[in-house]
Design a protein around this ligand. Structure first.
Ligand SMILES: NC(=O)c1ccc[n+]([C@@H]2O[C@H](COP(=O)([O-])OP(=O)(O)OC[C@H]3O[C@@H](n4cnc5c(N)ncnc54)[C@H](OP(=O)(O)O)[C@@H]3O)[C@@H](O)[C@H]2O)c1
Length: 254
């Protein structure tokens, strides 16, 4: 897989980890297509990328719509790298977890990735080259309080990634997962403000409480996750398949 010929799709490319991944891969010479719902944010992303001379375009896509995802995939043509990053997170104790909250997590964090991968994998297999990288979470490996829907959705994502890996064994396609702990993104900012509201703390104190859950004593930067994605997406990672790379400073070791 020659770097210069790669076309990359990043779901949830308009914000946080997805945005950092778009810039990291585009700076490495890839043509990157960012997916999201918010056309304004995607247009701003494109403008910023253009200002830096980067080849970034975007598509608004409702990833809940099966036929829209297939139509998008047909329209995109050859894709060498798919980064399944779009996601959502909202905590609640189990008795307070509504069916809507549960289904929203499974849909956004798992079903989107399933639909995109199902749509783009056949082309990769046909060309015998491709990389699928899933952005899961440390929550893909461990259970934690007040996060049943998120945790279940990320365990499911990890299972999906491993199943894809098993199906592509022996081909030029790989499927791997990155599993970060708390990352400094708008998603985490929203979690911090909900935590602050619930506990009556200042947002800075709430963020510090999250940071203390890591042996790093800080949040992870989106670029650190993007660097791991870049490696798993690289030609040199061709021997790595079905793996999960945890990015948490060693807080969990497996
Ligand atoms: N932040 C963390 O601490 C952390 C830790 C571990 C794993 N992760 C995972 O990393 C991924 C990215 O998270 P982030 O922190 O970067 O979040 P973020 O800043 O909130 O970005 C989420 C992205 O997903 C897209 N998205 C959300 N819902 C969508 C939907 N229904 N349809 C299409 N796109 C949707 C958003 O785009 P639009 O809103 O424009 O549609 C946005 O681009 C998620 O899968 C998350 O679970 C995050």
């Amino acid at each position: 897989m020659a770097d210069s010929e790669r076309r990359v799709v990043v779901s949830g490319g308009s914000s946080g980890i997805g945005r950092a991944t778009v810039f990291t891969l585009a700076k490495e010479g890839d043509e990157v297509i960012a997916l999201g719902r918010d056309s304004g944010r995607l247009a701003a992303l494109e403008r910023r990328a253009r200002a830096h001379g980067l080849n970034v375009t975007s598509r608004v896509c409702d990833l809940t719509d099966e036929s829209a995802v297939q139509a998008l995939a047909d329209d995109l043509g050859e894709i060498s790298v798919l980064v399944n990053n779009a996601g959502t997170a909202q905590g609640a104790p189990l008795p307070g977890t509504s069916l809507e909250l549960w289904e929203r997590h499974l849909s956004t964090n798992t079903t989107f990735a399933f639909l995109l991968t199902r749509a783009l994998l056949p082309g990769m297999l046909e060309r015998d080259e491709g990389r699928v990288v899933f952005v899961a979470s440390t929550a893909a490996h461990t259970g934690s309080r007040y996060a049943a829907a998120y945790t279940a959705s990320k365990h499911a994502m990890l299972g999906l990634a491993r199943s894809v890996a098993a199906e592509v064994v022996g081909t030029g396609v790989t499927s791997n997962t990155v599993c970060p702990a708390f990352v400094r993104t708008p998603l985490t900012e929203r979690s911090v403000s909900r935590l602050a509201q619930r506990t009556g703390r200042e947002p800075e104190q709430a963020e510090a409480a999250l940071a203390r859950t890591s042996p790093l004593g800080r949040l992870i930067e989106p670029e650190e996750v993007a660097a791991a994605i870049s490696y798993l997406a690289s030609p040199l990672a061709r021997a790595v398949n079905g793996q999960s790379l945890t990015i948490d400073g060693g807080g969990t070791q497996r």
